[in-house]
Design a protein around this ligand. Structure first.
Ligand code: ADP
Ligand code: MG
Length: 226
């Protein structure tokens, strides 16, 4: 199997670590039928990539075998952020039949965590994600991994996340604290449910804790709600 070293990962503080353990535990209690998780949000920059990657790491740290798939084929940030030590092939290469699964699946320097990068931006992301190739990939991974965490674009902009969600067992909605109106969140929830997918819960992200308590500004990764 190909190997890649991911770099620049910032260590999470104890409070953030706890929040991820809480999220991880909630997911584990969803049962063995919940393996493939689609992470999305209402609008860009709410923290989908942060939350989905850190969730994947947290599950892997607990001993689960995890694959993280970067399915934000339009605006992926993962390569820039984690700066892999070699040039990599990605999901768009596989979905456009240029490469096989073994060319795009990388073992990382983190125990139990494998990764599929997004690859170059293709002209037809929704079509590629809706193809049988993507379903096949998820089905193959189901046999190998305990969890498949899929990072996607926001629901509000394009249909990619709805397409991915249909192939997963559930959706985690990341909501940026004080940035998303109740009305918009409701609209997005309805949109996801209309596409036949199940929302497992939401992560309230960028939530500011009481500064007086800790003496410094702390931004939490939030709580997981059922
Ligand atoms: N809990 C958080 N606290 C502070 N900054 C955050 C938090 N979550 C995400 N960010 C920052 O917000 C920006 C957008 O996050 P990102 O994960 O790329 O969002 P998305 O994938 O939803 O577009 C990034 O600069 C990221 O570092
Ligand atoms: Mg992102």
């Amino acid at each position: 199997m190909l190997r890649v070293k991911l770099q620049n990962r910032v260590e999470m503080g104890p409070f953030v670590n706890e929040a991820y353990k809480y999220l991880r535990t909630n997911i584990m209690f969803c049962g063995i039928g919940v393996k493939a998780l689609c992470v999305t949000s209402c609008v860009p920059n709410e923290g989908k990539s942060d939350v989905s990657f850190n969730l994947a790491v947290s599950l892997a740290e607990s001993g689960k075998k995890v694959v993280f798939i970067d399915a934000d084929l339009r605006k992926s940030d993962i390569i820039r952020r984690y700066n892999p030590d070699l040039a990599v092939f990605g999901l768009s290469h596989y979905l456009s039949a240029q490469n096989k699964i073994e060319d795009i699946l990388y073992e990382t320097n983190m125990d139990n965590l494998d990764i599929v990068f997004s690859g170059p931006v293709p002209p037809n992301p929704s079509e590629l994600l809706g193809s049988d190739s993507f379903s096949d990939l998820v089905e193959i991974f189901r046999k190998v991994y305990d969890y498949i965490i899929v990072d996607t674009p926001p629901v509000g902009s394009v249909i990619d996340s709805a397409v991915v969600a249909q192939k997963c067992d559930g959706v985690i909605l990341v909501i940026e604290s004080d940035a998303i109106s109740y009305k918009l969140a409701q609209k997005v929830v309805k949109q996801i449910e209309k596409s036949g997918s199940r929302i497992l819960g939401a992560v309230l992200n960028k939530y500011e804790h009481d500064k007086r308590l800790y003496g410094y500004k702390y931004i939490s990764y939030g709580k997981y709600m059922d």
